[in-house]
Design a protein around this ligand. Structure first.
Ligand code: TRP
Length: 331
């Protein structure tokens, strides 16, 4: 990835559970599409996941499952760097340094910190507070031009830009200041049980969230039970969050526009539409699931992939880390 002069796009995802349909349609599918246009750097943000307490056996399984699932979605290790954050020690080291250039007040204003402090009030640890400095380190180590992130991470990306500008002001030309990458076709998938909230693996109601590896009958059941309003025609309208979400999911997996979907389902009810969305999602996920099964059975192959990527990531990131340390005054 060092010979071609493409711009660098970088993003990480937390392996804090199984990959969801929301992760796939909202993020990973765009990563797959970006691989030709950019030099891509992707990774599993496993260091970020321990800001919330994890069970060791589950955590091990989640990390490997996420790695295999994302490869199965179409990340190509021949053109893209796809590594595991905790295997590359420069991330934690630069995060410490950046902590010293990040203000308490800035971190206090992060809405994710405030939300998570309410949700995990028994464990408001320092890592939860300094989470954005680690995220800034992830990004700045690779001199990324673009960072594809969802709306919920925009504030963290803005802070990353502020930290980079502040650092460069003190010690010129260390970090590239990254920009947000807003994909042309990004679906924001909402919970099937509470369509005012983003689809999330931590949804209290398990039926709200579809996982990439759910069996077909489970996926069908979740779509059939999806919460919709009291209306009946399949039409995208302000305020009808449930049906709008289903229309967007259907559009994302079939490639059809909202107008086309409305035309196709003219005169049909919500029940027929929910079945159609479920079936379309099952079909879209079928090849991914099959590829996941093939990959997860070959642990040696997976290990080979991430070890190779971890090494390259270490080499690239060490250059930036050393530059930063030298400018600061370390000997
Ligand atoms: N905080 C991001 C999330 O939860 C994950 C993440 C960690 C990330 N480091 C990153 C995303 C760097 C983009 C760039 O979604």
């Amino acid at each position: 990835m060092e010979t071609e002069k493409k711009q660098i796009a970088l993003s990480l995802i937390q392996p804090s559970g199984t990959i969801t349909l929301g992760n796939y349609l909202g993020a990973i599918r765009n990563w797959v599409k970006m691989q030709d246009e950019f030099d891509c750097v992707f990774a599993l943000a496993d260091l970020h996941t321990i800001t919330v307490r994890q069970e060791p056996p589950k955590m091990r399984k989640n990390i490997l499952d996420a790695y295999a699932s994302i490869l199965a979605c179409g990340i190509d290790v021949e053109k893209t760097l796809f590594f595991i954050q905790s295997h590359v020690p420069t991330h934690a080291e630069l995060a410490w340094i950046l902590n010293c250039y990040t203000q308490f007040g800035e971190l206090s204003r992060m809405t994710q910190f405030k939300d998570k402090s309410v949700k995990h009030s028994d464990n408001i640890n320092a890592g939860l507070f300094t989470y954005p400095s680690l995220m800034a380190a992830d990004i700045l180590l690779y001199q990324a031009d673009y960072v594809p992130v969802g709306a919920d991470q925009m504030q963290h990306l803005e802070l990353t830009r502020d930290i980079a500008n502040r650092f460069n002001g003190l010690y010129p030309n260390v970090f590239k200041v990254p920009k947000a990458y807003i994909p042309k076709t990004g679906a924001r998938v909402m919970s099937l049980q509470d369509p005012s909230k983003k689809m999330s693996k931590s949804d209290e109601n398990a039926n709200g969230c579809v996982h990439l590896l759910d069996p077909p009958e489970v996926i069908m059941k979740k779509f059939k039970r999806a919460v919709t309003d009291s209306g009946s025609c399949v039409r995208y309208e302000e305020g009808k969050d449930g049906i709008n979400n289903l229309i967007d999911i259907y559009g994302a997996v079939t490639g059809l526009s909202r107008e086309q979907i409305e035309r196709d389902f003219d005169g049909k009810g919500y029940g027929d539409f929910k079945t159609a969305v479920g079936e379309a999602v099952v079909e879209a996920l079928r090849p991914i699931k099959a590829e996941y099964e093939r990959l997860i059975a070959d642990k040696a192959y997976l290990e080979g992939c991430y070890k190779k990527a971890d090494e390259i990531a270490l080499r690239i990131s060490t250059r930036t880390l050393n530059k930063a340390k030298k400018k600061i005054g370390f000997i």
